[in-house]
Ligand binder design. Structure first.
Ligand SMILES: *Cc1c(COP(=O)(O)O)cnc(C)c1O
Length: 391
């Protein structure tokens, strides 16, 4: 009796709602079984080849792809292939995840951080040009530019590529969050000299962990494969004339990737529906706005990112909302903290216009996984509405 009474008065713990969790399509295990049946349990094999083909044909005719162990590895190899060395400077979008910038340090080069613009939240082309001019006047031309398509939103690539062309600096697109996004029909990941994709567990599709490097230059991707498999020269013994890396994707992980490619478009549509649901139900609340999508841009809406202006919400801040969601077992997360504000990068040069700082201070990513149910989204929306309407 007593036990039952206690059970009845216990608060009910609702199901955890994650920010973005893996969402299998159904065919992944078939590809993995095939790998086991044929004993291709290695960092090469038919699934790796197949996954690379699937990605290339999805992205663009004639593009080459090498599947790697992570998106970070892809950015690292891109820097190596461009010839970034000790002492070189590389321009990187400040408003991003640290993996965009860490490989610059792996190369003992210097990251130069450039702030965002308000239209896309990505690298500001005007500030980029100012930064390049300033670096040149200080005696060094940057060796590469790394723009990012944050939360799937295409950055202003036409403008960025124009500046890059004017100064003859190659662009490495960090498209880790943007598989399935496009601008005027051109897919993200096909616009830079090289591009990086990520298939980490939280991304729009996953291989559990993995990435890919993309380029229209087939020879450069062949070189990426060579460096990613320990740089073994053509010889019967192990002969090395370069320092190599162990960066290839396993044939098991690539099997997951092949299954995921079958449902990529579905996943993009679902994430866009989730964004539209939040915008419809929260967008009219005072002080709430969302990451804008410019004319011509099509974002995969990997994560729905919301801005909270506490001077209009009756004092409710981004943190109030995050903490209140957490008490209901709902995961949400502040936007990326800009790299120029990170302790580990504080000594590096940056070109700041305050845009990313304000976005970081007021922005929140809402649960956006394609496996979320309508009831989950309703729980999120109800909680936020409750908080703001009470204020
Ligand atoms: C996830 C991510 C990466 C790194 O990808 P991994 O596969 O996790 O190494 C790089 N840049 C951005 C913007 C990312 O979101």
């Amino acid at each position: 009796m007593i036990q039952e009474e206690i059970r009845e008065t216990e608060p009910k713990i609702s199901k955890k709602i994650w920010l973005s969790s893996p969402h299998m399509g159904g065919n992944e295990l078939n590809y993995i079984h095939e790998a086991f049946d044929t004993n291709w349990v290695a960092p090469l094999g038919p699934n790796v080849d197949g996954f690379e083909c699937d990605l290339a044909s999805y992205l663009k005719d004639g593009v080459s792809v090498a599947a790697l162990s992570s998106g970070t590895a892809a950015i690292h190899l891109a820097l190596i292939l461009i010839g970034v060395k000790e002492g070189d400077e590389v321009i990187c979008q400040s408003f991003t995840f640290s993996a965009s910038a860490n490989p610059i340090i792996y190369q003992k080069a210097t990251p130069i951080f450039v702030d965002s613009e308000a239209d896309t939240w990505n690298m500001c082309p005007v500030l980029l040009k100012e930064a390049i001019k300033d670096r040149i006047s200080l005696g060094k031309k940057p060796k590469a530019i790394i723009p990012v398509h944050l939360y799937g939103m295409p950055s202003k690539m036409e403008e960025i590529l124009a500046v890059a062309k004017e100064y003859q600096i190659p662009v490495i697109e960090d498209a880790a969050e943007a598989l399935g996004s496009h601008f005027n029909g051109k897919k993200m990941g096909t616009l830079g000299a090289l591009a990086a994709l990520s298939f980490n567990g939280n991304k729009i599709i996953t291989t559990s962990g993995g990435g890919a490097i993309v380029s229209e230059n087939a020879a450069i991707i062949e070189k990426a494969r060579f460096l990613a498999t320990q740089a073994r020269d053509n010889a019967p013994h192990y002969e090395h004339s370069h320092i190599g890396y162990n960066y290839r994707m396993s044939n098991i992980c690539a099997g997951i990737g092949r299954g995921q490619m079958e449902v990529l478009d579905e996943r993009v549509n679902k994430r866009r529906e989730i964004f539209a649901f939040y915008e419809e139900h929260l967008g009219k609340l005072p002080g709430i706005s969302f990451q804008p999508e410019a004319d011509g841009a099509f974002s995969n809406r990997w994560l729905t990112a919301m801005i909270v202006n506490s001077s209009l919400t009756g004092g409710i801040t981004r943190e109030d909302i995050r903490l209140s969601l957490a008490t209901c077992n709902i995961e949400s997360r502040p936007l990326w903290k800009p790299m120029h504000l990170q302790p580990v990068f504080e000594d590096y040069p940056y070109y700041d216009n305050n845009v990313s700082r304000v976005l970081f201070n007021n922005g929140l990513c809402l649960p956006s996984g394609s496996n979320l149910e309508k009831e989950d989204l309703e729980r999120v929306v109800t909680k936020i509405k409750e908080l703001i309407n009470k204020a």
